[in-house]
Design a protein around this ligand. Structure first.
Ligand code: GAL
Length: 678
C-alpha cells in the first residue's frame, strides 16, 4: 500500500524541471575569489552536479548596509551556473542576520530560558517573534524575489535554512507577548486556559492573559502544559516566518518553494506534520549520528519519516555529508562505499535527489573540518574520485524518478508526543520517546519490513499492521482511528506509556494505558520503573529493563511473563482479540532480540512479509516501483560479503545480473526489474 492519506504537496522533485534525480550541494561562493568560482562550476559539471543551493548565508553580502543592496556577486554566480546548465536552489539569505542589524537593533537577539542573551558571532541569532527581524528579512526576500523570481535557472526557492536549528525557542519579552496572543487565539478565555493547564495546582491560577510568561527558568518543575504549549507556539512561530517569506516570494515568482527540514535524532523542535502541507517539495537534511547505536537504521527511519511528510511523494535530500561532519564529539569519516550506501538508502526510501553540504571544503570558519564534495586535498584525492563516481551513478538512476515505495506497516509518530513524553517529573528519567520509537522501528528494520511513518489520526485502511511506540499523548479521535482499524480486522502493536494523556497533558483516569485500555484488554494501576542498572527476568529467557508494569488482563491473553521481581507471574506482553483484529501490548523495555521476536510474531499474524528474502540482519532491501519497473535496492551494511538472487540490470556497476550475485562488504546494488515480465 502506498501512503495516500496525507495532503500531497503541490509539486515534487520532478516538478523542479531537472532531467533526472537532483545531484548537488550547498555552495558558498562568497567564501572564495572569483577565479575559484569558474573552476568550481567546471568541476561541478565534471561531477554531474545539476542543482546548487546558493545564498544560504548571503545576507551580509547582498545587503552590506541597512537597505543598500548589492546583487553583483549573486548576479555573476547565477549567470555562471545558468550558463553551465546547472539548476539553482536560491536561498532567501535570511538564515543569519548581518552584524549591522544586531548592532542597530539588539532586541532582535534571542534570549534563553534563564534570561541571558545569545550573542552574534555564530549563526541564527534572531528571535522568531521579533518584528524588526521580520521586517528586515522580508525586505531582503522581496528584493531578492523581485530580481530573480522568474530567472530560468532558478528551479527552487530555499527559504532561510534549517529554521529552528539553534533558535527554536526565545524567551524574551517580545516572545512572551507573542506567546500570550497565541494562547488567546487557542483558548479564547483565561478560564479555558486555566482548565487546560491545570492551574489549580500550586496556586498557578491566572486572572488575565497578561500574567502569563513563557516557561522561563524556574526553581521547581514548570507547569507541563505551559511547556507543551510553548513548544507548539515555537514551532508555529517559525512556521510564521516561513509563511511570510514564501508569501513574499509568491508575489514575484511561480517557482517551487521549500525549506530544509531536520528530521533527525538530535533536533525535535518543530512539528513537521503541520509544516509539510506548506512546502512545494519536501526537503530534508540528514547526517549520520555516531552517538547512536545504529546510525544507518536511524537514517532509514528519517528517510521513511520524510516520505511520510511528503504524503508518499518523492522528496529531496537537501543535505548530507560526503564524509565526516564537524559538530559531533568524534567526527568519523565514512568508510569506503558508505557515501554511496547512504545516498542509495535515501533514494530507496523515496528521495528523488541527493545533495550535500557542501561543494568546496571551507578553509576558514567553524565548518572548516567538515567534509565536502571537493575536499581540502583537491581533485587529486579519494574524496573527489568518490564525488565523480557518485555523480555518475546518480545520473544513471534518473529512471527511478517518481517511483513509489510500498509498505504494509504504519508507524505512528509525532513530535508533539515527544515534547510531552520527554518532560521532567515523569515516572523515570531513563526513557526518551524517540529511543523507544527507534527500538520498534529497528525491530522492523531487522526483519526487513518496509514501514510508512504516519501522524496520529492518519487513516490506516491501506495497512495490515499499525505500530504505536510510546504514544504518551494522543487525542481521543486519533486513538479511535487505531481502535476502529483493529475492530475492522487490522492489527496493532502498542508499547508502554501510550495513551496516557490527552492534548492538554491531562491524565486519563481509570487505569493505564488510558486511551488504549479497552482496545488492548489490559489495565494497569501503577507504573513500576526499575532502579538504574536493575533488570527482571522474562519467560523467554531475556530480561526487561528500565520500565515494568503490573498488567491486569481484562480480556487480553498473556504472551510473555515477568518471572522475577515483584511482578513475577504477571503478563509483560499481551494480545487482545478486538473485533475482527488483534491488539498487542508490550509493557516493558525488551532487549532487541526479544522485541524482534515479538514483532516477528505480530507481523506474521498480520500477514506482513519482509520486503524480500534475505532482508534484515544488516542487509537492507527496499523496493521502489512504478507501473512498468521495480528497483530493488540491496545495501550491505555488514563487513562481510553477502549473496542475493535478484536478476535484472544492476545500476551501480551498470551490467546485467542473474542467478546468485555476490555483494561485497559495505556494497550497494540497485537492480532494475521489468514488472510486465511474467
Ligand atoms: C546543517 C546546515 C549547514 C551546515 C551543515 C553541517 O545544519 O544546514 O549549513 O552547517 O549542517 O553539517
Amino acid at each position: 500500500m502506498t501512503l495516500r492519506s496525507l495532503p500531497i504537496p503541490a509539486e515534487t522533485a520532478p516538478g523542479l524541471g531537472l532531467d533526472g534525480l537532483a545531484f548537488g550541494c550547498d555552495y558558498n561562493p562568497e567564501q572564495w575569489d572569483r577565479d575559484v568560482w569558474r573552476e568550481d562550476v567546471a568541476l561541478m559539471r565534471q561531477a554531474g552536479v545539476n542543482l546548487v543551493a546558493i545564498n544560504i548565508f548571503g545576507w551580509s553580502h547582498v545587503e552590506p548596509r541597512d537597505g543598500e543592496y548589492d546583487f553583483s556577486g549573486l548576479d555573476e554566480i547565477i549567470e555562471l551556473l545558468a550558463d553551465a546548465g546547472i539548476g539553482i536552489d536560491l536561498g532567501t539569505g535570511t538564515a543569519s542576520c548581518p552584524p549591522w542589524l544586531t548592532t542597530a537593533y539588539p532586541e532582535v537577539l534571542p534570549v534563553v530560558a534563564d534570561g541571558t542573551t545569545r550573542w552574534p558571532g555564530g549563526r541564527q541569532a534572531w528571535c522568531p517573534s521579533s518584528p524588526v527581524y521580520r521586517e528586515k528579512s522580508i525586505a531582503l526576500v522581496r528584493a531578492t524575489a523581485e530580481r530573480y523570481g522568474s530567472h530560468p535557472a532558478v528551479k527552487l526557492w530555499h527559504v532561510s535554512n534549517e529554521l529552528g536549528c539553534h533558535n527554536a525557542a526565545c524567551y524574551c519579552d517580545v516572545s512572551a507577548a507573542a506567546f500570550r496572543s497565541w494562547l488567546e487565539a487557542r483558548y479564547g478565555s483565561i478560564a479555558a486556559l486555566n482548565s487546560a493547564w491545570g492551574t489549580a495546582f500550586w496556586s498557578q491560577r491566572y486572572d488575565t492573559f497578561a500574567e502569563i510568561l513563557p516557561p522561563r527558568a524556574t526553581l521547581s518543575f514548570v507547569n507541563p502544559t505551559q511547556r507543551l504549549d510553548f513548544d507548539r507556539f515555537c514551532s508555529d512561530e517559525l512556521l510564521g516566518q516561513y509563511r511570510a517569506e514564501a508569501a513574499t516570494i509568491r508575489e514575484f515568482s511561480e517557482i517551487p518553494i521549500t525549506t530544509n527540514f531536520m528530521v533527525a535524532a538530535h533536533i525535535t523542535a518543530l512539528d513537521y506534520w503541520s509544516w509539510a502541507p506548506e512546502m512545494s517539495v519536501i526537503a530534508n537534511d540528514h547526517y549520520l549520528d555516531h552517538r547512536l547505536p545504529r546510525p544507518h537504521v536511524e537514517l532509514a527511519f528519517a528517510a521513511d519519516t520524510t516520505r511520510g511528510l511528503a504524503g508518499g511523494s518523492p522528496w529531496l535530500l537537501m543535505e548530507h555529508s560526503t564524509s565526516a561532519v564537524n559538530w559531533q564529539p568524534r567526527n568519523l569519516p565514512k568508510a569506503p562505499g558508505e557515501m554511496l550506501r547512504n545516498t542509495a538508502a535515501h533514494i530507496a526510501r523515496g528521495a528523488d535527489g541527493v545533495c550535500f553540504f557542501q561543494w568546496r571544503a571551507s578553509v576558514s570558519g567553524s565548518e572548516k573540518f567538515h567534509s565536502a564534495m571537493l575536499p581540502h586535498a583537491g581533485t587529486d584525492s579519494r574524496g573527489w574520485a568518490n564525488t565523480v563516481e557518485l555523480g555518475r551513478i546518480v545520473t544513471r538512476l534518473a529512471e527511478v524518478r517518481g517511483a513509489r515505495v510500498h509498505a504494509d506497516v504504519a508507524l505512528v509518530f509525532s513530535w508533539e508526543n515527544q515534547w510531552a513524553a520527554d518532560q521532567e517529573a515523569h515516572p523515570t528519567s531513563d526513557i526518551r520517546a524517540l529511543e523507544q520509537v527507534h527500538a520498534l522501528y529497528g525491530a522492523l528494520w531487522d526483519l526487513g519490513v518496509t514501514v510508512d511513518i504516519v501522524p496520529p489520526g492518519a487513516p490506516l485502511d491501506d495497512y495490515a499492521l499499525v505500530v504505536v511506540p510510546h504514544l504518551y499523548l494522543v487525542r481521543d479521535a486519533d486513538a479511535a482511528v487505531i481502535a476502529d482499524f483493529v475492530r475492522r480486522g487490522g492489527h496493532a502493536l502498542v508499547t508502554f506509556f501510550s495513551g496516557i494523556v490527552d492534548e492538554t497533558d491531562r491524565i486519563r483516569a481509570g487505569g493505564y494505558p488510558g486511551a488504549f485500555r479497552d482496545l488492548l484488554g489490559v489495565r494497569v494501576e501503577e507504573f513500576a520503573p526499575l532502579a538504574e542498572h536493575d533488570a527482571v527476568a522474562l519467560s523467554d529467557g531475556s530480561v526487561a529493563t528500565i520500565w515494568t508494569e503490573p498488567v491486569s488482563l481484562t480480556g487480553a491473553e498473556s504472551i510473555l511473563q515477568y518471572v522475577s521481581g515483584p511482578l513475577a507471574g504477571m503478563p509483560a506482553v499481551t494480545r487482545n482479540r478486538a473485533g475482527a483484529g488483534s491488539a498487542w501490548y508490550v509493557s516493558t523495555v525488551l532487549q532487541p532480540a526479544s522485541l524482534r521476536a515479538i514483532v516477528e510474531r505480530v507481523t506474521r499474524e498480520a500477514g506482513v512479509h519482509p520486503t524480500a528474502p534475505g532482508a534484515g540482519a544488516g542487509v537492507e532491501i527496499v523496493r521502489r516501483s512504478n507501473d512498468t519497473h521495480e528497483w530493488v535496492f540491496v545495501l550491505n551494511h555488514t563487513d562481510a560479503p553477502v549473496e542475493h538472487g535478484f536478476s535484472g540490470h544492476e545500476l551501480v556497476t551498470d551490467r546485467a545480473i542473474s542467478g546468485t550475485t555476490a555483494l561485497p562488504a559495505g556494497g550497494t546494488h540497485i537492480i532494475r526489474q521489468d514488472r510486465s515480465r511474467p
